[in-house]
Each structure stands twice: as structure tokens, then as C-alpha cells.
Design a protein around this ligand. Structure first.
Ligand SMILES: [Zn+2]
Length: 54
């Protein structure tokens, strides 16, 4: 679930979602981000759904 940046309403489910590995931190660990693409108010926006250390 994500919040629409325009109206502040909750959008239940993403139209599309994928995983992305972030940069390694100081300890060399990467964070895997789950990104969702949501549609609301006739626009689409991305939001981070989950973060995980990998
Ligand atoms: Zn909206």
C-alpha cells in the first residue's frame, strides 16, 4: 500500500512491482528494495514497498 503524493489517499495495490538492489553500505551490505508502481489521480508514482538487507 502506498500514499498518493497528490491527494494523500491510500492506493491499495501496485500496477507493477519489482526488486532493485541498492548500493552497498559501509559494511558492504546491499539493501534490496521492493518498488511498486501505483496509479492514482491519473498519474503514476513509485513507492518503496519493502527494504531488505541482502
Ligand atoms: Zn490520488
Amino acid at each position: 500500500m502506498a500514499k498518493c503524493p497528490k491527494c494523500g489517499g491510500n492506493v491499495a495495490s501496485p500496477r507493477k512491482q519489482w526488486k532493485m538492489a541498492g548500493r552497498p553500505d559501509r559494511n558492504g551490505k546491499r539493501t534490496e528494495l521492493t518498488i511498486g508502481l501505483f496509479d492514482h489521480c491519473g498519474k503514476s508514482f513509485r513507492a518503496v514497498l519493502a527494504k531488505r538487507k541482502i
